[in-house]
Structures are given as structure tokens and as C-alpha cells.
Write a new protein. Structure first.
Length: 95
């Protein structure tokens, strides 16, 4: 309810960690935002998304965009082309 007083271009939901900065790979608790349609702004979902859970995340939350970073890496800063392709395929095959 508190979020309804804001009118941002979009909302971004990600996992917060007191001990790590960005790219923690920890999944966001999607149940916290099950009823986001009332926000009337686009939603960007992040936080621990990967090729195995992005389809369920999209089905549960219905975000406008999804984001993945550390789950697509072979090592910090180095992306894996195969993981990227599989993530995109899973995200597009949401139905």
C-alpha cells in the first residue's frame, strides 16, 4: 500500500543483502509482490533469476522485464553465452 503513493517510471524488485552488493544470486521473495497490478507502473524483476526459475517468476509476478546477472556468469565478470541463451529462451517461453 505504501508504494501506491509513488508514481515512478518503473519499480525494480531485487534481493537486499546487508553484507553483499548487487549480483548476490539470492532469489527475491516473489510472494511479496503477487498483487503488483495495482502499482500501475512497469515492473522490473531481478534477484537470483536463472534459466531454471525465470519461467516460474514470470508466471507468478507478471513483470514487464526480468534481469539476470551473476547466474549467467562462469566467474565474476565473465558471462557464459550458453547460459544467456537458455535464460532468454526460458523467459520467452513463459506460457
Amino acid at each position: 500500500k505504501a508504494m501506491l503513493k509513488y508514481k515512478p517510471f518503473a519499480y525494480m524488485f531485487d534481493t537486499f543483502s546487508k553484507t553483499k552488493l548487487g549480483g548476490t544470486g539470492e532469489s527475491f521473495n516473489w510472494r511479496l509482490i503477487r498483487h503488483i497490478e495495482c502499482l500501475k507502473s512497469p515492473v522490473f524483476l531481478s534477484g537470483g533469476l536463472n534459466e531454471r526459475n525465470v519461467k516460474a517468476a514470470i508466471k507468478s509476478v507478471h513483470p514487464d522485464w526480468v534481469d539476470a546477472c551473476s547466474s549467467l556468469e562462469i566467474r565474476p565478470g565473465k558471462k557464459d553465452a550458453g547460459k544467456i541463451r537458455r535464460f532468454i529462451k526460458a523467459a520467452k517461453n513463459k506460457h
